[in-house]
Design a protein around this ligand. Structure first.
Ligand code: CTP
Length: 466
């Protein structure tokens, strides 16, 4: 059945219409392929555009693209090209050799059905012929039943042999389970249960960054990221792949505070609550840090309950190192784990503004009191005893406390970072040479400023150099 492309997508295609025409004039056939076809069918915005050009050699296609600007070849053997200034990946059809370590080869003569065979899931193995540009209606070329799989919310492999050759596909399934709220069919479930997850090309572990990319999509693009982790658990691979998370299953909690059940259940619900945070308040990168902070916040409960904030830090680190070496990211999340109990504690203890200012100093430079507030916000919502979705009612136990926390960090003006130091190096330069001594004095002055609320520069100077 023909459909019309959505207007926003037509606009994108119009920008490359001249290029498409030029390809067609050379006898080529441009197909829209991959996730963008899936997203169009689902009525979701297709962010990336992948176009696979058939029936044209790599050299001719490169020459054709060069008429429109600078071209870079992303690995000649993969036949993927980028034309600068356009957000489109252009590729030529590829086929895999068979064997333990398959190689990829461009083959322009493949039919679209043959080319789609090397894709991971049937929903990602559909295509739209763009030979007639954007204005016309389109038919989805669906050789492997992708439309049906989307309709039944079932993830299906295109080809089992090819699927298992790329271990990243396992993590893609985890991500799609969360993001599209779909379930693998029996065949895919069995394959995922037993699949080797080392990199076939290198024989070693899969690159962390590639797993991280899938983790990021799971956490940022899903309404309920927990579905991906719950799937890993049901599959029996959570303990093996993310043992720090797997260890939370069955860890009991005080039922008056946590009617929802064990620490794993609490963590899953809290993560889903964090996924609801609006991007009007935080950037995408901040949201990634916050959701990961929530995911790790109770790891320490495996060891002990009071003190789990401290115990959780090394566990969070080892969890994160399974998919990232990004120092700032890891440090940020560890700070959130270490201090996640502070919002409730400070409010319960009726602490003065100084305590909030000190907290902001401890959190800096990686995170802010506002980030910590969001972690608490999600934490208290992960307590639904009647289902798996987080609580979203206005009244949640702890809601009043964290509302006070927000008020107090605003009052103390440390919502987005600690109070700036009043005494600076230039104020001491007449008495002390720059170096470690000066560093020490400035640190001391800042401590006095925060602890005693002294904001007069001369007074601070006197205190440290007396
Ligand atoms: N693909 C694959 N196996 C992989 C990665 C990608 O078969 N390990 C194929 C799929 O057909 C996929 C397409 O390449 O649809 C593009 O991949 P990518 O852009 O990474 O993901 P998308 O499926 O487009 O999804 P997203 O919206 O997350 O970008």
């Amino acid at each position: 059945m023909s459909k019309r492309l959505p207007e926003c997508f037509i606009e994108k295609i119009k920008k490359i219409e001249m290029i498409l025409k030029s390809v067609v004039d050379l006898g080529g056939v441009p197909y829209l392929v991959g996730g963008s076809v899936r997203d169009l069918v689902l009525g979701r915005e297709a962010k990336d555009i992948d176009i696979e050009v058939h029936n044209i050699s790599l050299d001719d296609f490169e020459l054709c693209l060069r008429k429109f600007g600078d071209v870079s070849l992303i690995g000649r053997q993969f036949g993927v090209l980028r034309l600068h200034g356009y957000n489109v990946d252009w590729s030529l059809p590829r086929k895999d050799s068979i064997g333990r370590r398959p190689t990829v080869e461009v083959d322009s003569t493949l039919t679209i059905e043959q080319a789609c065979l090397r894709r991971d899931l049937t929903m990602n193995a559909m295509a739209i012929d763009l030979s007639n540009g954007a204005g016309s209606d389109f038919d989805v070329i669906d050789p492997y039943g992708g439309l049906e799989s989307l309709k039944c919310k079932t993830l299906c492999m295109v080809d089992k042999e090819k699927f298992v050759q790329d271990p990243l596909r396992f993590y893609r399934v985890m991500q799609f389970v969360g993001r599209f709220e779909m379930k693998p069919d029996d065949a895919l479930q069995t394959v995922c249960k037993n699949m080797d997850l080392y990199d076939v090309a290198t024989g070693g572990a899969l690159a962390r960054e590639r797993i991280c990319e899938e983790m990021r999509k799971l956490l940022l693009k899903s309404r309920r990221p927990s579905l991906g982790f719950r799937w890993l658990y049901e599959l029996g691979r959570l303990e093996e792949l993310f043992p720090e998370l797997g260890a939370l299953v069955g860890v009991a909690q005080r039922s008056d505070y946590h009617p929802e059940g064990d620490v794993f259940e609490h963590t899953m619900q809290s993560v889903d609550a964090a996924a609801k945070l609006s991007l009007d308040d935080i950037s995408l990168d901040e949201k990634f840090v916050i959701i990961l902070g929530v995911l790790c916040h109770d790891f320490g409960k495996v060891k002990k309950t009071p003190g789990h904030d401290v115990e959780g830090v090394p566990l969070a680190k080892s969890f994160l190192h399974r998919f990232t070496r990004h120092t700032m990211l890891v440090r940020s999340i560890c700070k959130l784990v270490r201090y996640h109990r502070m919002p409730i504690t400070l409010v319960e203890q009726k602490s003065g503004l100084k305590a909030y200012k000190r907290l902001a100093v401890k959190l800096a430079p990686e995170v802010t009191a506002k980030h910590l507030y969001f972690v608490s916000w999600a934490d208290i919502r992960g307590r639904n005893k009647d289902g798996h979705e987080p609580l979203d009612k206005a009244f949640v136990l702890g809601d009043d406390e964290i509302a006070v926390f927000l008020e107090r960090i605003r009052e103390a003006q440390v919502e987005r970072g600690p109070e700036p130091p009043i005494l600076l190096g230039r104020d001491l330069i007449d008495t002390v040479k720059p170096g470690s001594k000066m560093g020490e004095l400035l640190k001391k002055a800042y401590k006095i400023q925060i602890d005693e609320g002294i904001t007069d520069r001369e007074a601070l100077k006197k205190r440290v150099i007396s």
